[in-house]
Design a protein around this ligand. Sequence first.
Ligand code: EPZ
Length: 424
Amino acid sequence: MDTLVVERSDPLTGSIGVSGAKNAALPIMAACLLTEEESVIEGAPRVTDVLTMAEILRTLGAEVSWPRPPSGLVIRPDDYSGWTAPYELVRLMRASVCVLGPLLAKHGRARVSLPGGCVIGPRPIDLHLKGLQALGAAIAIEHGDILAQAERLTGATIHLAGPSGSSVLATDNVMMAATLADGITVIESAACEPEVVDLANCLIAMGARISGHGTPRIQIEGVARLRGARWRVIPDRIETGTLMIAAAMTGGDVRIDGAVPEHLGALIDALRQARATVELLPGALRVAANGCLKGVEITTLPFPGFPTDLQAQMMALMAVSEGVSLVAEKIYPERFQHVPELRRMGASITRDGAHAIVKGVARLSGAPVKASDLRASAALLLAGLVADNHTVLEGLEHLDRGYERLEEKLSMLGARIHRERERS
Ligand code: EPZ
């Protein structure tokens, strides 16, 4: 397996652009199954998860092509006949579950393997199934597969709050299915994430009638059919936040082009509390720090709260900030796989269930570390930038799932990182 060798680096400086949002591209790719017309998705990041979703669409019979950048991802569903998303692809990526709604709406049936759990904790889909059943689908679980069938979907009012509040992909699934249902659907306790809003706006471009997206109450009026669309996905707010945290914890001064401040309010607030400077520029964000940050408290919550996908990266910053920081993980209580690895680098972190106490240390020390999930791998990479000696990061398959050339972008800002290819 490839590894990343990360050296202690000087403060990051310069400017960098962000890629399109993986978590917007994935449901938008699934939405293309709601029509037989061609769609073009621009700005999708070339990451493993997007390639996996493309493979799932091909398995269903759609034609998917992706000529070299900057051309878009072209999806031609034509009259695809498949309705089964196989285990060998679904197990690679939980987001595969969001083909369920479109298949059900377009073809009246779908078989999708139950997404397994992952290192960040159990990943239930009860809210997805609750919402689709409310629209009239008959759902059965057979041999590890979800089997969904419905002659016609009929609009309904659906409450989609779960134990941790709203669900992003459940909101996506139900919203997509409702676009072709008879009548009006109201989703109460809908997810408000920018990626849900982007999906809704893309569906509207395809002819769907949706209002209230971005609020906890989304209304969808079913239509007879949808058309293809050309859609540019929003910038990736989690990549943006990862770069912002890297700039702050190295005491640097970085401008991030394409950043959308409205997507990152909670992180901007936390970084300012930590004594970093965050400046809102036209179409960009500037983050600067002077090398002595202060510990802060964060609680992860559904948008607009602090994103769980930035919790690990923020903990790396806390590890080298003055004083004590507190983390409360309300979305995925198990999402602390990065803690033992950060400890190996000298971080002082005490975990208590879904909470962690981080006492800042003067220096981290480089070590061989292993990533376990997408965001933990980013956190360990950032920690390596401020650790003495060098850090060797294994498990790059996780990093490559969701970040497009992250080490190249950080290197352009002065980070000392190189990827060592495994000798075959
Ligand atoms: C999306 O996952 C993101 N993935 C995740 O990003 C992100 O961490 C998560 O939202 C929360 O923001 C994509 O968009 C592809 P949820 P999703 O359903 O939709 C519970 C990354 O790193 N829940 O919003 O699967 C669940 O257990 C990934 O890019 C139910 O109880 O997450 C969790 O506690 C990781 N029943 C909470 O809701 C359900 O049916 C939020 O999960 C569904 C979810």
